[in-house]
Design a protein. Structure first.
Length: 511
């Protein structure tokens, strides 16, 4: 029968078994960071990263204007990357470097926070769970603001903890600065404030006190630092529904996120293996004050619950991984606390399973370093097929904000809809298609069809919805065209060739 024991803080364990476990866990953490965070740094941009490049591609002054034209791109982040673009580094590396550095600092601060809450060993296990989480790995190698926002969330939480423990003004002001940074990186990361407010309320009700003067100064600094966001907030509010593309979540989605299947699955495998091997049955729980796990629980729950409510009760749908990132540190800390209590063999096996599954199931598995849909590879494939000819190339915009069909009207055309073409020039005779298919879009294609029929072949570069692909196949099949899917890039980005049967068959890679 499994026995439950209460032990001293795990940081006091200095036996050889504990040291060996720490080395194994640290080694696995480095493997996860190397494959999931660092390997994608030199690959081509995915769609939203090309939007980042479009925003900062011109002058510093125009960067401000473009951040308002595409308000999904935070203003402060755009200004930062404008300087990074001029470092002389390869553009993909230059624009992703702030994210990976921020996430590396974030995992260190998470370890510090976990050590204060649940002890050193639980903190180390929490960092592995954190590093293996797919949205974390994606954000770490992403030329977007999510990693810097997550760093600010962890830093603010750590400062809030110290503020309540030590009552220092510097901690209060530091907390305000980090909270403001989180909001500058993504407005939805303001859900962190809900977690912190609940935690602060619980602490005050339990008898904790903070100086009112410190609180007022912190609030004043927070408000002052958020003032520059006024113009950007107005631009975002005016177009908020155009940025919503996910569906309405249900209770299973909420449970799946909070249950953290990657962590639970790995922990379950470790416990099962330990039982089968008859290796250690004692659970050794780190004793922690209720305020410790309350902080982790508030951080884990606030963001999913708020975004779930918003996505089910309003037209703004935001229950997706990159917006749920602020909850992952809290879930990882609770997972580390539980795993640290398990038998040593179970902890080791759980970490091995967690890292192995994360690496094996990431896009490309053990060998590839692909990061999202690689537009550099996709456009390179198109250019290799087209060469110097005037072959028609149809490109579907991947941006959900794209809503118009008439791309030749300068009054209605928004350049970022085809941001990938700014950084990766495309050969051939280009025709732009909108993101959404509609009756008007198909009428637009019908008008293009006679020109397409006069060619021996043409290409379609698209992602996601296959409606354009199927419409072209059905419309032109009677004209002798056959569809050849040349190449998949990432999960959905693909190059498709339509070719007349009587024409010489070009080399291709599968249908």
């Amino acid at each position: 029968m499994t026995t439950l024991t209460t032990s001293a803080p795990l940081s006091s364990q200095t036996d050889g078994v504990s040291v060996q476990t720490d080395r194994l866990v640290l080694g696995l953490l480095l493997v996860a960071i190397g494959k999931l965070w660092l390997a994608p740094l030199f690959t081509g941009f995915w769609l939203d990263e090309t939007g980042t490049y479009w925003t900062i591609a011109r002058s510093f002054r125009e960067t401000y204007a473009r951040s308002l034209a595409w308000p999904a791109q935070p203003l402060l982040y755009s200004m930062m990357l404008w300087f990074m673009r001029h470092t002389g580094l390869p553009v993909e590396l230059a624009l992703r470097l702030p994210s990976v550095l921020a996430m590396l600092l974030g995992v260190f601060l998470l370890y510090r926070l976990g050590s204060h809450l649940f002890g050193r060993e639980a903190a180390l296990l929490a960092t592995v769970a954190f590093a293996c989480w797919e949205p974390v790995g994606f954000a770490a190698a992403d030329a977007r603001s999510y990693a810097l926002g997550l760093l600010a969330v962890v830093a603010a939480t750590l400062l809030l903890f110290h503020w309540f423990e030590e009552q220092q003004l510097g901690q209060a002001l530091g907390y305000a600065a980090m909270a403001a940074l989180a909001l500058h990186m993504n407005y939805l990361y303001g859900t962190m404030l809900v977690a912190h407010l609940v935690y602060a309320t619980l602490r005050v009700r339990a008898g904790a006190r903070i100086r009112i003067s410190h609180l007022l100064l912190a609030l004043a600094l927070l408000g002052l630092l958020l003032l520059p966001l006024a113009a950007h907030i107005r631009a975002m509010a005016a177009s908020r529904l155009t940025h919503s593309f996910s569906g309405t979540p249900d209770w299973r989605d909420l449970f799946s996120w909070l249950a953290a299947p990657p962590v639970l699955g790995a922990a379950g495998a470790g416990l099962l293996a330990a039982r089968l091997l008859r290796q250690g049955r004692k659970w050794s729980w780190h004793t922690a004050a209720s305020s410790r796990w309350q902080l982790a629980a508030c951080l884990a729950l606030a963001t999913p619950l708020v975004l779930f409510a918003m996505s089910t009760l309003t037209a703004n749908k935001a229950f997706i991984g990159r917006y749920l990132l602020p909850s992952i540190p809290g879930i990882a800390l609770l997972a580390g606390w539980v795993m640290a209590a398990a038998p040593v063999v179970a902890r080791r096996i759980a970490c091995v399973v967690m890292v192995s599954v994360a690496v094996a199931t990431t896009q490309g598995g053990f060998r590839s370093a692909a990061h999202g849909g690689d537009w550099r590879a996709a456009i390179g494939e198109v250019n290799a097929r087209v060469g110097t000819s005037a072959t028609p190339v149809l490109v579907r915009s991947g941006f959900v904000e794209s809503a118009f069909v008439d791309w030749n009207s300068s009054a209605r055309n928004t350049p970022f809809f085809f941001a990938p073409l700014d950084i990766y020039p495309m050969a051939g005779e280009l025709t732009r298609l909108p993101y959404r298919t509609s009756e008007a879009a198909f009428e637009y294609l019908e008008n293009l069809a006679p020109d397409l029929e006069r060619n021996e072949s043409f290409l379609l570069l698209t992602s996601g919805d296959p409606s354009y692909e199927f419409w072209l196949q059905g419309r032109l099949e009677e004209k002798g065209f056959i569809r050849r899917r040349v190449r998949y890039i990432g999960e959905s980005l693909r190059v498709v060739m339509f070719q007349k049967q009587q024409a010489p068959v070009l080399d291709h890679k599968g249908d």
